[in-house]
Write a protein that binds this ligand. Structure first.
Ligand code: PBG
Length: 323
């Protein structure tokens, strides 16, 4: 009888041994907590499609930001939900718009303890739910929308955003926003580009969370899930336009994209574990079908292992508190 010469199990015998040889570690500073803030609420309102997440009031979002910072979370990302939506999404750049008010509150609350990030898009603000201005053919008009994005970026920077994250997948959006910020004296504010953002079914719970009326599709601007080379092209373009960080989204079903992008570029790479990824694990855990905490840790670890420096996840604060 011959015995194995190689015994990988020697390195798995004890928790201390496994920790010593772990190739990937989670750290609170790697995580970004997305937060929703809704205009006109007296109380935080639970989001049924995302158990455990809420639409915050201005007051509660400040507290949630402080809790994230306290837990050592690397960044928080603010999403505003206005009461009134219109065809041009004016709440997105209005000085008194809910996101701008919340950005100012949160920036004052956390100071430099965590990075205050703003998602930049019009979909929460338009009555039709599209990411930009619509042309006569019903499709989003690229260049007209860029002018609006530049205006929104300036409004967010003036309110206190420390990192602007355009998520609309318009061609040239990073260059347009960079030019708009620079012209307004915000050349020090960096851009986190949602560079490879796929046309995914897994944004469904988020759309309910932001009360989107959207019923159409985004396949004329978001990427086809079938494609990988296209992601490399998108990411390279965004870096050339001045993106300071790039993002892949969703994360868990796109680990090959995360790996490829991390190998291609030298700017930091983020990945967004989206609402549908969150909801799927929460729903399975609620039925006792997966062990909740293990599933959370495993899913985020896999995204880091694939090459994401930063992970946006709705579990950021909870996970940071546990690490
Ligand atoms: C756009 C935006 C979306 C998400 C992040 N930024 C929605 C969309 O593209 O439809 C999705 C995040 C998630 O599903 O968790 N404002």
């Amino acid at each position: 009888m011959s015995f194995p010469a190689e015994r990988p199990r020697r390195l798995r015998r004890t928790p201390a041994m496994r920790t010593l040889v772990a190739e990937t570690r989670l750290h609170p500073a790697d995580l970004v907590q997305p937060l929703f803030v809704r205009e006109g609420l007296d109380e935080p309102r639970p989001i049924p499609s995302m158990p455990g997440q809420v639409q915050h009031t201005r007051d509660s979002v400040r507290k949630a930001a402080a809790a994230a910072a306290q837990a050592g979370v690397g960044g928080i990302m603010i999403f505003g939900i206005p009461v009134e939506k219109d065809p041009s999404g004016r709440g997105a750049w209005d000085e008194q718009g809910i996101a701008q008010l919340a950005l100012a509150d949160v920036a004052a609350e956390v100071g430099d303890a965590t990075v205050v990030i703003s998602d930049l898009n019009l979909d929460e603000y338009t009555d039709h739910g599209h990411v930009g201005l619509l042309g006569d053919d019903g499709d989003v008009e690229n260049d007209a929308t860029l002018r609006v994005y530049a205006k929104v970026a300036v409004a967010q920077a003036e309110a206190g955003s420390q990192l602007i994250a355009p998520s609309g997948m318009m061609d040239g959006q990073v260059a347009a926003i960079r030019a708009g910020l620079d012209a307004a004296g915000h050349e020090k504010v960096p851009i986190l580009a949602y560079a490879a953002k796929y046309d995914s079914a897994f944004y469904g719970p988020f759309r309910a969370a932001v009360e989107s009326s959207f019923t159409g599709g985004r396949s004329t601007h978001q990427q086809d899930p079938a494609n990988l080379a296209e992601a490399v092209r998108e990411v390279r373009l965004d870096v050339a336009e001045g993106a300071d960080l790039v993002m892949v989204k969703p994360a868990g079903l796109y680990l090959d994209v995360v790996r490829r992008v991390a190998d291609e570029v030298s700017v930091p790479v983020a990945a967004y574990q989206v609402s549908g990824e969150y909801a799927a694990i929460e729903a399975a855990a609620a039925r006792g079908w997966v062990a909740r905490e293990r599933a959370i840790t495993e899913s985020v670890t896999a995204i880091r292992r694939a090459g994401a420096r930063i992970v946006l996840t709705y579990w950021a604060t909870e996970l940071a508190q546990r690490l």
